[in-house]
Design a protein around this ligand. Structure first.
Ligand code: PSV
Ligand code: MN
Ligand code: MN
Length: 388
C-alpha cells in the first residue's frame, strides 16, 4: 500500500457516514433518575428534525437509526418522507423485545412458545418497517438470559434463538441485512444468551452472508482488545457495523471517543486496514446524554469519530509494514503513534470547508438559535424519553 496521500484521506473523510440514534435525542437517564431537558423532541418526527441539525453542522451524519416501538408511528413511509424533507434518511431499524412484562424470562429464548411467537412477530414487524422506510439493516439486541444457575437450559435457549433468527433471516429482502449485537451482561447477570462476538458469529455463520455481527464498544469486559475482534470479524467478512459509545465501567453509553480516544483510533485503524471503511459497515452511535445537552453532545461524538478516523487514515502502511517485517518493535509502534498524535483538527476543518459548512460545528450550532427555538416551541406536550 502506498503512503497515505492527503487528497485520498480528505476524500475518504468527506465520504464518511455516521448514523445517529433517534433515542439519543430524547430524555434518558439511569435507573435512579431521568433528568428531563428543555426542548427535547415530542415525536419521532422531531427527533429527525434534531438529527438534521447534527447533519447540517457536521456534513457526515445524514442517517438516523430508529428504535421500535420507541419511534412507533402509524405510517413509516411518511416518516421516511419527513426525514428526506429535512435532509436526512432513516437508517437501521432497531428491534425492542426487552420492555414488555412478557419478556421477564426472555423473548425469543423464553421457555414458553407463546412469548417466543410474540417476540418473533415484533422482529418480523420490524422488517415490514424496513420495507416501508427503505432501510437496509435490522439490528437485533436481546436482553435474554438468566440470573441463576439452573434457571433454564443454556443449550435449549440457543436452539430457540437460532429458530427465531432463521425465521427473521428468511423474511429479509435480498438487499436487507441482519446485524446481531452481543453484550457481556446486563440485564441478565448469570448467563446472557448472546454474550460475545463468538456466539453472535456462530449464529450468523449458520444463517448466511447477510447476517453480520455488530460491535457495541461498551459491551465488553474491561481490558478486552476490541480491535482484535474488529480485525477478526473483518477477516471473516462478518463485521456489519458498530454501536459507538464510551465506557469507563460497564455499558455507560457516554460520548464516543470521550473515555478512550486511543481505543477508538485503534478500532478505526483495523477498519481501514481490513477494508471495512465504506458503506458496507454501519458506523452508528448508541449513546444516551443524561446530563449534557443532547444535540451538541451528538455533534461532539460525530467529531470524535471523525478525528479517530482521520488519524487511522494517516497511518503510513508502507512504513508500518517495513518496521513490522524487519522486527522493529519500537519503529512499528512509532508509526502508529505518529498518526495518533497528529492534530487532525485543521485537516477536518478543511474537509468541512470543502463540504460548504462551518469548520467549527459546535460553534455553528450554538449560533444557529436551534436550541432556543426548540426550547420555546416544544414547551408543551409529552417529551420523548427512553422507552417512550
Ligand atoms: C443494549 O445495551 C443496547 O446497546 C442495544 O443496542 C439497544 O438497542 C440499545 O442499547 C438501547 O439503548
Ligand atoms: Mn448497542
Ligand atoms: Mn448497550
Amino acid at each position: 500500500m502506498p503512503a497515505p496521500d492527503l487528497s485520498a484521506v480528505t476524500a475518504a473523510l468527506t465520504s464518511q457516514r455516521i448514523e445517529t440514534p433517534s433515542w439519543a435525542y430524547g430524555n434518558s437517564g439511569t435507573r435512579f433518575k431521568v433528568f428531563a431537558q428543555p426542548g427535547v423532541p415530542r415525536t419521532p418526527e422531531e427527533k429527525l428534525d434534531d438529527a438534521a441539525r447534527v447533519h447540517e453542522h457536521t456534513g457526515v451524519a445524514p442517517v438516523v437509526a430508529l428504535h421500535i416501538p420507541w419511534d412507533r408511528v402509524p405510517d413509516y413511509a411518511a416518516l421516511a418522507a419527513h426525514a428526506r424533507d429535512v435532509g436526512v434518511r432513516v437508517g437501521t431499524i432497531n428491534a425492542n423485545v426487552f420492555q414488555d412484562d412478557d419478556y421477564k424470562l426472555g423473548s425469543v429464548t423464553h421457555p414458553e412458545p407463546a412469548v417466543r411467537r410474540k417476540a418473533l412477530d415484533h422482529l418480523l414487524e420490524c422488517v415490514d418497517i424496513m420495507d416501508a422506510t427503505g432501510s437496509r439493516d435490522l439490528k437485533l439486541w436481546f436482553a435474554d438470559g438468566t440470573n441463576y444457575p439452573g434457571q433454564d437450559d443454556l443449550r435449549s435457549r440457543q436452539d430457540r434463538l437460532a429458530e427465531a433468527l432463521s425465521a427473521v433471516y428468511a423474511r429479509l429482502g435480498p438487499e436487507q441485512r441482519m446485524l446481531l449485537e452481543y453484550k457481556l451482561f446486563e440485564p441478565a447477570f448469570y448467563a446472557t444468551d448472546v454474550p460475545d462476538w463468538g456466539t453472535a458469529y456462530a449464529h450468523c455463520l449458520k444463517l448466511g452472508p447477510r447476517a453480520q455481527v455488530v460491535v457495541d464498544t461498551g459491551h465488553h469486559a474491561p481490558g478486552t482488545n476490541i480491535e482484535f475482534i474488529v480485525a477478526t470479524l473483518l477477516r471473516e467478512g462478518r463485521l456489519g457495523g458498530f454501536d459507538f459509545n464510551s465506557r469507563f465501567y460497564a455499558d455507560d453509553d457516554l460520548m464516543a471517543g470521550a473515555a478512550d480516544p486511543f481505543q477508538l483510533f485503534r478500532l478505526m485503524y483495523e477498519v481501514v486496514r481490513g477494508g471495512g471503511f465504506g458503506p458496507q459497515t454501519a458506523f452508528m452511535l448508541d449513546q444516551c446524554h443524561n446530563i449534557e445537552p443532547k444535540i451538541p453532545a451528538i455533534i461532539r461524538s460525530v467529531m470524535n469519530v471523525q478525528e479517530a478516523t482521520a488519524k487511522a487514515l494517516l497511518v503510513d502502511p508502507a512504513a508500518l509494514a517495513a518496521a513490522q517485517t524487519s522486527g522493529d518493535v519500537l519503529g512499528a509502534n512509532a508509526v502508529l503513534m505518529d498518526a495518533y498524535n497528529t492534530d487532525v483538527r485543521p485537516l477536518l476543518a478543511t474537509v468541512r470547508e470543502g463540504l460548504g459548512i462551518d469548520p467549527d460545528p459546535m460553534a455553528a450550532y450554538a449560533r444557529s438559535g436551534w436550541a432556543e427555538r426548540i426550547t420555546a416551541e416544544r414547551a408543551d406536550g409529552q417529551q420523548a424519553g427512553w422507552g417512550a
